[in-house]
Design a protein around this ligand. Sequence first.
Ligand code: 7RM
Length: 668
Amino acid sequence: MRRSYTIRLAPLGFWLTLTLATMKDQIDTLLSEQRRFPPPRAFAARAAATTALYDAGRDWKRFWEEQARALDWMSPWNRVLDWKPPHARWFVDGKLNAASNCLDRHIAGPRRNKAAIIWEGEPGDRRVLTYWDLAREVRRCANALKALGIRRGDRVAIYLPMIPEAVIAMLACARIGAVHSVVFGGFSAESLRDRINDAQAVAVITADGGYRRGQVLPLKRFADEALAHCPSVKHCIVVRRVGEEAFAAMEEGRDHWWHRLLQPVSTESEPEAMDSEDMLFILYTSGTTGKPKGIVHTTGGFLTHVAATTRYVFDLREEDVFWCTADIGWVTGHSYVVYGPLANGATVVMYEGAPDWPERDRFWSIVETYGVTVMYTAPTAIRAFMKWGPEHPSRHDLSTLRLLGTVGEPINPEAWIWYHEHIGGGRCPIVDTWWQTETGGIMITPLPGVTTTTPGSATVPFPGISAELVDANGKRLEKGGGFLTITQPWPGMLRTIYGDDERYQQTYWSRFPGRYFAGDGAKLDEAGYWWILGRVDDVLNVAGHRIGTMEVESALVDHPAVAEAAVVGRSHDLKGQALAAFVTLKDGKQASPGLKDDLKDHVVKKIGAIARPDDILFSADLPKTRSGKIMRRLLKDIAEGRTLGDTTTLADPAVVNRLKEMYEEKES
Ligand code: 7RM
């Protein structure tokens, strides 16, 4: 198999300055936003957060220690933090179990029969699991994993649709101290294979299939393709979700049906006493190279961070019904479908399918049916709802909603206002939360009931989090446009990149020495409010999903007809960004609409449907510098329909002008 994993090294100051220059328009538009939404009085009167929380956050170590006390520890920590930059150890020597924090402590009290998960499948099937039900299933699954020989520290890949078994599997791993690595069900067999091999997983938990827009996604068949090249995997556990429609053969000795494996297993099990710094999970995310990074999160710090942010940002109360619409294959699902809400003993809603299946009011019908009170979703979804029209939500009673959240990408003020009016009925505060796979939990966000919001701004850092703006040279800026950095360690921070600590240090801590560099551009206004502008590296945000341009380029050049490929993001009304690919073909290969489709399908096969290029443009040449580097900046100008930036460093300036003409004439 051919691969082209290269790291693009541009002089840092140079490209950061260029990136900022292209963001200037965005910054000016944002500056003009005048609308302010002070906390509604009735909300503030009952809110979990108060201004005192900001005061407490100033003494950040003490603040986080206070938050850690809200968890159940099997033995206490000796020190809050050991910080040998860039390596942090939180709640040193403390012992706890993440799964028992989410389950055992609730079933010992009045939450025993409270709904933990209200699940709706895409075909309309429903299941409600109480805390007791969930605890019982997690124990059975934990024992079944142990019986297969899976031990503390072993990695287990989870490749499941949004069904309760996904949560059960994650918590069962946590209970026995195995490290889960959830792979989004929309990823291809090859993506799954690469993640399994990088983590050296010993087992995979999957399903025969899942439902998406009325189609069956045959997960077990994809898993089989992957497992043919995964020598570390000894066991594959298969949940029966769809039955005959996704028939896949079971391999004797390796494959086990979930229901058969768990059926005879006892519910007696003691949770492992995990060290605060023991790995809880690995989650792969895209970076600036073709190889996704295995982001490592540990137990005590991660759980402290997500439990505290869930409590204060989503203001969770005993009677709330919390719906975070993210798939558990993404970090948002880990932190705010599973660990954060369950650690708080909340009721969560989980939905398997698409928002427009079978109708465009599916979300609102779910809100009405289950009486959802707090909803957390992505701007890309809100923009789709806007386009579909207010008649879909207005057919439903959404009066139970009291708080709304967004995450994943910058929210444009029109979408914010629409969400506020048509979903929140003008009464619900909106929390625009900025964070990343790497940060584990929410970092910049309003506190509902406390912070005045303004559409498009994530407002201020959560208490205990210290964010600073810097220029391209790393000099601190009081306001204006620059780069978002974090200056103090925080409990949910990634600990390393699995198997590549060098890359961890390089990626996050070397660009601005002593600071965590998030990879986002941002603006800080007069009032000290943050306006996140988006990625300044080669990571794209397509419909709220993180995709590395290099991953897509690697997938394209893997196709036998392709000589070279360059991928850039261009603005897209609904998805935020769309993928534009510039491709040169090998000698003797002919460009054609058929080949275009073929290339798109090839990328889907290599990575998954989320990475399907929106535009492909065939070209005899790509614009390159005299030293041979592809100038993606100019390609981006072309894809965006902008006037071209500086072309003086090009080896052949005519190439780019030809491309621009072709792009303007292209049909898709
Ligand atoms: C939680 C998540 C991280 C990237 C991040 C940003 C962008 C996330 C916001 C946002 C503007 C927000 N994890 N991002 N939240 N941009 N406003 N509220 O999305 O690892 O998948 O992506 O997403 O660019 O760096 S992630």
